[in-house]
Design a protein around this ligand. Structure first.
Ligand code: NAP
Length: 313
């Protein structure tokens, strides 16, 4: 079968670190072009300043991966669907839940494949945790996602703006694991949104959830914090009602049960994302998962904004 001719739109950190290498490793794809406002280059392929130029120049293009910040994505996705190509979307997919639903309907009506990626879901340890939670009741589940914003998002001003998501940009990765592994949905009961007084979006958040997966008196919480220097923490601790202690660490790469590591696979998230996209393109199915996104939206709906000290990069 001929490879899927794909262009990458928005060539920043994630496009360079993950998308371009995964596309290069996967023989089911052929990189056809870049679209880059800043003129980023890749060997052997043209760079276009905007997507309209891309579609005009390459009528045989099959797909695009949209790796811009979320604010730019709705217009780019609609333009891609109208140009007749399939679409892979980085997370978070859009600024609002409504826009994602609108794009899903548009892709469906046009017969194009739309794929909302949540990269943290593509780890073997996440699947292992899901298997161990199936049909079980939880006494406690605690998400701790603490990292240094200056290390991971240097000078990304967009991330502090509305539709930039603030600390929910990494936090949504934890929520995408939560929605993948829980046997019953979680709902946001309350949230504190700790927001620098000079920024629109939070630098830290504390969320309490309810869920039918919890035993009576059980607790489900998440703490996201961008102010952690030194060791970085991306973990989910789940204690079952029967006393079993499950610990997912390393952002979803390692699972321990009662202190014994049962799954510890290297991170191949983006290779798996592209394998999945190749399958969707072949079967002409979309995969649109709104669940992590709805939890973020609900946290902002019921959350209480609390001002904290100003943040300067
Ligand atoms: P980034 O380094 O700031 O790159 C984003 C790129 O998008 C820019 O370099 C620019 O590329 C293009 N762009 C188009 N419109 C833009 C706008 N209004 N503002 C800024 N850039 C614009 O960001 P990133 O870290 O790659 O993140 C992009 C998306 O990937 C985000 O949704 C993020 O949540 C997700 N993501 C990031 C990571 C990570 O580790 N950084 C991990 C997983 C997912 P051109 O100049 O080429 O047009």
């Amino acid at each position: 079968m001929a490879p899927i001719r794909i262009a990458v739109i928005g060539v920043g950190k994630i496009a360079r670190d993950e998308h371009l290498p995964s596309i290069a490793r996967d023989s089911r794809f052929e990189l056809a072009a870049l679209v880059s406002g800043s003129g980023a280059q890749a060997p052997g392929v043209p760079t276009f300043r905007d997507a309209a130029e891309l579609y005009a120049a390459l009528p045989d293009l099959d797909a695009v991966a949209i790796c811009t910040p979320p604010s730019a994505r709705p217009a780019l996705v609609r333009e891609a669907i109208d140009a007749g190509v399939d679409v892979l979307m980085e997370k978070p997919p859009t600024p609002t839940v409504g826009e994602l639903r609108d794009l899903a309907a548009h892709a469906g009506a046009a017969g194009r494949v739309l794929f909302t990626t949540w990269h943290s879901q593509y780890n073997a340890a996440v699947e292992a945790l899901r298997d161990r939670l199936a049909g079980r009741t939880l006494k406690r589940l605690a998400i701790t996602w603490k990292e240094d914003v200056r290390r991971w998002h240097p000078n990304q001003d967009w991330i502090w703006e509305t539709a930039g998501f603030g600390v929910f940009d990494p936090g949504i990765n934890a929520l995408s694991i939560l929605t993948r592994v829980l046997p019953e949905p979680a709902f946001v009961r309350s949230a504190r949104l700790l927001t620098p007084s000079n920024r629109a979006m939070p630098i830290a958040a504390e969320i309490a959830f309810t869920s039918r997966a919890l035993a009576d008196g059980g607790e489900m919480t998440a703490v996201f914090d961008w102010r952690q220097t030194g060791d970085q923490t991306w973990e989910i601790a789940a204690d079952l009602a029967d006393g079993t202690a499950l610990r997912l660490t390393g952002g979803g790469t390692t699972l321990a049960v009662d202190g014994v590591t049962v799954e510890d696979a290297p991170r191949h998230e983006y290779d798996r994302i592209y394998a999945r996209f190749a399958g969707l393109v072949a079967s002409r199915d979309s995969h649109i998962d709104t669940a992590p996104f709805e939890l973020v939206a609900d946290a902002f709906l019921v959350g209480r904004r609390e001002d904290v000290e100003p943040f300067e990069d």
